[in-house]
Write a protein that binds this ligand. Structure first.
Ligand SMILES: C[S@@+](CC[C@H](N)C(=O)[O-])C[C@H]1O[C@@H](n2cnc3c(N)ncnc32)[C@H](O)[C@@H]1O
Length: 208
């Protein structure tokens, strides 16, 4: 979904924000990457996080099963395989969380403010949050959050998807690109190979 080859980021620091109960941080060491995840839910007991994670998976399965024709079934060939992937990611997160939290790899934080110094990470990834919930946050939240995510990275920020809950591109995307340019921030929309929800095949890349 981020069109990323993790071998290209060997030895780098990557922030996953919001990380949720997913496995990017846990799996990153395989690529010799130091990853940190942040999320407002972190700080809770692992049992609470796993229970929220399971409820989220059930919610997604329920939603997708009602409208399967709105999704492309190539990466995930079926709802059962989708669930297996999500459960595996939750398991890997759960196995890593306690040690990772003690090592400072899972940090409680909520946009639009992050507890990191400028340029702390080479790359910042933000999946399934900003535009996904564009009906819950206003334009200034989006702009402030993107500037904040960009502040803590030294090279690049990637945000996926650019679609909102109605599967249409974020309605203020042009204003956003314009306002970012006014802040001297280079941002562009790029196609990505991953497309599960039909039409969700673009990310916003913001680079220095
Ligand atoms: C759908 S999950 C995405 C998690 C992960 N990136 C993924 O793709 O599986 C959305 C996450 O956003 C987090 N969240 C909610 N409000 C937030 C905020 N103000 N700042 C950062 N994260 C927030 C939630 O706790 C939840 O874990």
């Amino acid at each position: 979904m981020f069109n990323i080859n993790l071998f290209d980021w060997k030895g780098c620091k990557i922030l996953d924000c919001p990380a949720g109960a997913s496995s990017f941080v846990a799996e990153s060491s395989k690529y010799d990457i130091y990853a940190v995840g942040c999320d407002p839910l972190f700080g809770n007991d692992i049992k609470v996080l796993v229970s929220i994670g399971k409820a989220d998976i059930e919610h997604v399965m329920e939603r997708v099963s009602h409208v399967p024709h709105l999704y492309k079934w190539d990466f995930y060939p079926s709802i059962d395989v989708l669930k297996e992937y999500r459960m595996l990611a939750l398991k890997r997160f759960a196995e890593d969380y306690s040690v990772g939290a003690a090592e400072g790899r899972y940090i409680k934080a909520a946009l639009p403010r992050l507890p990191f110094k400028d340029n702390s990470f080479d790359l910042v990834l933000s999946g399934h949050f900003l535009f996904t919930y564009s009906d819950k946050f206003d334009y200034s939240f989006h702009l402030d959050s993107i500037l904040e995510l960009f502040r803590v990275c030294s090279k690049e920020l990637r945000i996926y998807p650019i679609q909102g809950p109605d599967a249409r591109p974020y309605k203020y995307i042009n204003e956003l690109l314009y306002d970012l340019e006014r802040e001297n921030v280079t941002a562009r929309l790029l196609s990505v190979p991953f497309e599960f929800q039909q039409g969700s095949n673009q990310m916003l890349q913001v680079s220095k």
